[in-house]
Design a protein around this ligand. Structure first.
Ligand SMILES: Nc1nc2c(ncn2[C@@H]2O[C@H](COP(=O)(O)OP(=O)(O)OP(=O)(O)O)[C@@H](O)[C@H]2O)c(=O)[nH]1
Length: 808
């Protein structure tokens, strides 16, 4: 029953029997799924945090820019209000002082005397000035209101405001100074020049302002910039601090450039709002500076950055806290969602694991959507293919195992060191003849001692090159080697393993040795026979020549190894002279008469017999070429042929030769049209020669007559002795008239001839001759010969020593 048949889980997915042991790949798959969930959760968290960071950053940037713009406006407004207020107060006081100075007519000389009166007149200015003093042209205070003991008589000639006012004859605001007569307070002085009627300097009216009076900087002590900010007023000319919440800095030099670079810029003319750090390592603050138009002062407002950006900091804290809370919620949600989403993966892993362990055979159905089902289908297909491949592999393995174990060939697996790791039954049988199992033994121990070094050397060389190795060797056994084996090995599935094939070649080796001895014997025989014998391989290359062959071919042995036979022995056809090679000489077809042409061009009549040996069962064949001197036989044959057609006494043709020549003529259609003469000649009274001079003399006469006849005719004509003293002549292309003349001459020659006998007697000779022409209807040689013979007979009976021509 498959797991699916056993029932499904609560969610309808198949349930499986969990194995007691989880295989490594599936354990890794489970761990990987956990890692995947963690990674996705972290990824989501990081994405959420990144989103929050980007949004928070953008928000922070916008909020900071907006806040900074508002702070700029705020500080600019604050500083502007203070500057405007100071300008108004100074302008109001300067105008009042100048109006008072112009309201009185003075003279430099009378001013000291009139000063008390004038001071009383200017007492209304004390509402705006701390005090009002009248200074004469020499710089000496000559009157004051309200009166202050010890003030009149003081000389302010060297005060800078006195000098500037004297020089410009215009109202001047002094640099702050501490007035000893006024309790060392910080004062500034406004001057208004007193001019006489002619406009000459007669003195000046000076109103002092207590900088920290409630009407002036005293208000600033309560002036707040934000909650913790403050105002400053500095003098550009003297570069001193006129007002600062820290009283110890009043009337002190302004901050140095490294302490407050913006202050230095403001003293140089810059106005605006900027952020800077207060001194090295100091707190950051926003600074706003603006100069007064009525005095050479700069008003500054300082707002610490902590307070200025406090809303941003609060906002950031809120963002971080809310982001953290959102992130935590997101993580929890992502974890739960992923757990649910990845549950089909768990199901798939469990199903694949069950499939792998054989606990499940059905199709994979993990649920979780079409994509995962597609993966499951693909995995199902792979498993099906794997199972089919495993079944096929098992079949092949069983087949090869059976083949291996039943093979007559020994199969070995040998390590690179020569140790036998495996052997099949055949190899086991071959190698365990001494009773010791071969497995685990060194291959070299089994080799015969005298061959062991050579085998080890070949083995080492082959292993070093990773090349196949093949050798034959005898096995070590007592008392003598039992087997001769051929071992052929190739590198196996790794450099340390060789797969070898072992074959018992003892019988083969014995056969080879027997064959070698047989060959030795055959060579000895070949060396001893008279016929020339050449041995060639299947390619026609010379492998062996016996001494008669070397002599016949005029060759030396060392020149012949591997040379093509057709270059060693050149044969030509006897009649045509066409070259023949060993391929065209019939094999096993009997002897063939050919001519042998040596390198020097000389030709020999030889008889060649070519035989094939070997070639059975796929072995290469050899050819044995036997060459015999054929000259004697061929001479005998020629003699027989000549004797059959010729008369041995006169060496003329005999009757058969003449018949043959005449038959050829009669058969030659071309020549039948010509005029040819056939002559029969019979000596007259030849018997008398024999009888008188003896038979030998008769033979001599016959020979002389043959010569006389041959001399009378053309070489192409045929002269035959038909027998006894009877001759026949065939005169080609010879009309009868010509024949008559020739034969007449012959008769004359015969008549003139004298033959001396042994006893000194001279013998004369004559002949009876009949002749005829070859006629178109002559069929056989006897036809014209009969006609000529009749005429010869007629000549004989006509008185001999004459010619008789056939008229037919
Ligand atoms: N020496 C010699 N004599 C031969 C040979 N053959 C035949 N004779 C002789 O030649 C003679 C031929 O004689 P015949 O046939 O009678 O002719 P003949 O003597 O010439 O007489 P006619 O022809 O009638 O003139 C015979 O005595 C033969 O013995 C031969 O080869 N040698």
């Amino acid at each position: 029953m498959t797991p699916q048949q056993q029932g499904g889980g609560q969610d309808g997915s198949p349930s499986f029997t969990r194995g007691s042991r989880v295989s490594k790949p599936f354990a890794r798959a489970g761990a990987a799924r956990g890692q995947l969930k963690t990674r996705i959760t972290l990824l989501l968290l990081l994405a959420g945090l990144a989103l929050l960071a980007v949004q928070g950053g953008l928000f922070y940037r916008e909020a900071t820019a907006e806040l900074r713009a508002q702070l700029n406006d705020y500080l600019t407004t604050q500083v502007g209000a203070v500057v405007t207020d100071l300008d108004d107060r100074l302008a109001q006081r300067s105008q009042l002082l100048e109006a008072a100075a112009k309201s009185v007519g003075v003279d430099a000389d009378t001013l000291p005397a009139e000063a008390p009166r004038l001071a009383a007149r200017f007492a209304h200015l004390n509402a705006l000035f701390d005090s009002v003093v009248i200074v004469d042209a020499d710089g000496r205070i000559v009157g004051d209101a309200p009166p202050l003991p010890g003030r009149v008589g003081l000389n302010v000639q060297f005060r800078e405001y006195f000098q500037r006012s004297l020089r410009t004859l215009k109202p001047v605001l002094s640099e702050p100074f501490r007035a000893r007569t006024s309790g060392n307070r910080s004062l500034v002085a406004l001057t208004a020049p007193l001019l006489d009627e002619e406009g000459r300097f007669a003195g000046m009216l000076v109103g002092t302002i207590d900088l920290f009076s409630p009407e002036f900087f005293g208000d600033f002590l309560h002036f707040k910039v934000g909650h913790s900010g403050y105002l400053t007023v500095s003098s550009v000319r003297s570069r001193t601090t006129l007002f600062h919440p820290d009283a110890s800095r009043i009337m002190q030099p302004v901050a140095q450039p490294d302490e407050n670079p913006l202050m230095q810029r403001a003293l140089a003319g810059w106005q605006g709002v900027a952020e800077s750090r207060h001194g090295r390592g100091g707190a950051r603050a926003l600074y706003a500076y603006r100069p007064l138009s009525s005095a050479n002062w700069v008003v500054g407002a300082v707002l610490p950055a902590d307070e200025a950006y406090a809303p941003i900091a609060r906002l950031t804290r809120v963002l971080l806290v809310s982001g953290g809370l959102v992130g935590a919620v997101l993580i929890a949600l992502a974890w739960l969602v992923l757990r649910r989403l990845l549950r089909p993966l768990d199901t798939l892993r469990e199903q694949v694991e069950a499939l792998h362990e054989g606990r499940y055979t059905g199709p994979l159905s993990p649920g979780g959507g079409t994509e995962l089902q597609a993966v499951a289908d693909a995995v199902s297909g792979v498993f099906a293919e794997r199972q089919a491949a495993e079944a096929a592999l098992a079949d092949r393995e069983a087949f090869f195992r059976t083949l291996n174990e039943t093979s007559p060939l020994g199969v070995l697996v040998v390590s690179a060191g020569g140790e036998i790791a495996y052997c099949n039954q055949a190899a086991h049988h071959l190698l365990s003849h001494d009773g010791t199992p071969p497995l685990g033994r060194s291959w070299f121990e089994l080799v015969a001692v005298d061959e062991r070094d050579e085998v080890a050397s070949m083995w080492s060389a082959a292993v070093a090159m990773g090349a196949p190795v093949r050798f034959s060797c005898a096995l070590e056994a007592e008392p003598a080697p039992l087997l001769t084996l051929r071992f052929q090995a190739m590198p196996g599935d790794g450099p340390a393993r060789y797969v070898g094939v072992l074959l018992d070649i003892s019988a083969e080796e014995a056969a080879r040795q027997a064959l070698s001895m047989e060959r030795e014997r055959a060579l000895a025989i070949l060396e001893s026979i008279r016929e020339a014998v050449v041995l060639t391989n299947h390619l026609g290359e010379v492998e062996y020549l016996n001494p008669p062959a070397l002599a016949m071919l005029d060759q030396r042995p060392f020149e012949l190894s591997g040379r093509p036979f057709n270059r060693v022995a050149r044969f030509v056809d006897c009649a045509s002279g066409h070259p023949l090679n060993i391929g065209t000489l019939s094999i096993d077809g009997g002897a063939r008469q050919v001519d042998l042409v040596r390198d020097d061009g000389t030709r020999f009549a030889v008889e060649v017999t070519v035989s094939r040996v070997g070639g059975a069962q796929g072995f290469e064949d050899y050819r044995v070429v036997v060459i015999q001197d054929d000259a004697p036989r061929r001479e005998r044959e020629a003699t027989h042929r000549w004797e059959a057609l010729h008369d041995p006494l006169t060496r003329l043709c005999n009757r058969r030769g003449f018949h043959q020549a005449l038959s050829v003529l009669l058969a030659d259609e071309m020549r039948r049209g010509g005029e040819h003469a056939v002559v029969m000649l019979d000596l007259d009274h030849f018997k008398a020669v024999n009888d008188g001079g003896g038979h030998l003399l008769g033979d001599a006469l016959l020979q002389e007559v043959a010569k006389l006849i041959a001399l009378s005719l053309r070489a192409s004509d045929v002269v035959a002795r038909l027998g006894g003293d009877e001759f026949a002549l065939l005169l080609y292309d010879c009309p009868l008239a010509v024949a008559e003349r020739l034969l007449s001459d012959l008769l004359s020659a015969l008549g003139n001839y004298r033959l001396e006998g042994p006893d000194g007697q001279l013998y004369r000779i004559s002949a009876s001759i009949g002749y005829t022409r070859v006629k178109p209807d002559d069929q056989i040689p006897a036809d014209p010969m009969a006609r000529a013979d009749v005429r010869c007979y007629a000549a004989k009976h006509g008185g001999r020593n004459r010619l008789v021509m056939s008229g037919d």
